[in-house]
Design a protein around this ligand. Structure first.
Ligand SMILES: [Fe+2]
Ligand SMILES: [Fe+2]
Length: 167
């Protein structure tokens, strides 16, 4: 698809996020299973539920602007999920260290989503897509909250435990 206008760019970015969110639906349960800290496990599990909502909201946004919901390969999310797989690979780190790594990977994903949804909210307002702006803002708020929760689990619990693991 050629991107000649802000309308095109908006749709192209929606497709990118539709792909990304559906990949995350598959990745988050793996992250929850791998997490040892109970609060971290819960955070990933809860965010998977929210991610299901993000997929549904994107479908509503496509519908609101008269486009068919369709994803387009997002190399950024594939790379970020690839880093999770690397962390959980052949020789996984000790538990607390792995949890610290999972949090960092999770936050990289949330920051990516925040950047994209931030742009989508602002563009949709400019394009006069009021319904889309409202839906995308809800998702943006949840990504920010997920990011804050991960920071909290890291600073309250996981980082200290990870730093105690002998080198
Ligand atoms: Fe999301
Ligand atoms: Fe997210």
């Amino acid at each position: 698809m050629t991107t000649n206008s802000m309308g095109d760019l908006f749709v192209a970015t929606l497709r990118d996020m539709y792909f990304a969110e559906r990949q995350l639906l598959k990745a988050l349960p793996k992250m929850a299973r791998a997490a040892q800290n109970e609060h971290l496990k819960q955070a990933f599990t809860d965010h998977r539920e929210q991610t299901q909502q993000h997929v549904e909201r994107l479908q509503e946004v496509f519908e609101a602007i008269g486009q068919r919901a369709r994803g387009k390969t997002c190399e950024a999310i594939e790379g970020l999920i690839g880093e999770v797989e690397e962390l959980l690979g052949d020789a996984p780190a000790p538990n607390a260290v792995r949890d610290a790594g999972l949090i960092a990977c999770g936050q990289a994903v949330e920051h990516y989503e925040m950047a994209r949804y931030g742009a989508l909210v602002s563009w949709s307002k400019g394009l006069g897509y009021g319904e889309a702006a409202k839906l995308l803002q809800l998702t943006l708020n949840e990504e920010k909250a997920a990011d804050r929760l991960l920071s909290q689990v890291a600073t309250d619990e996981v980082n200290d435990d990870a730093l105690k693991v002998a080198a």
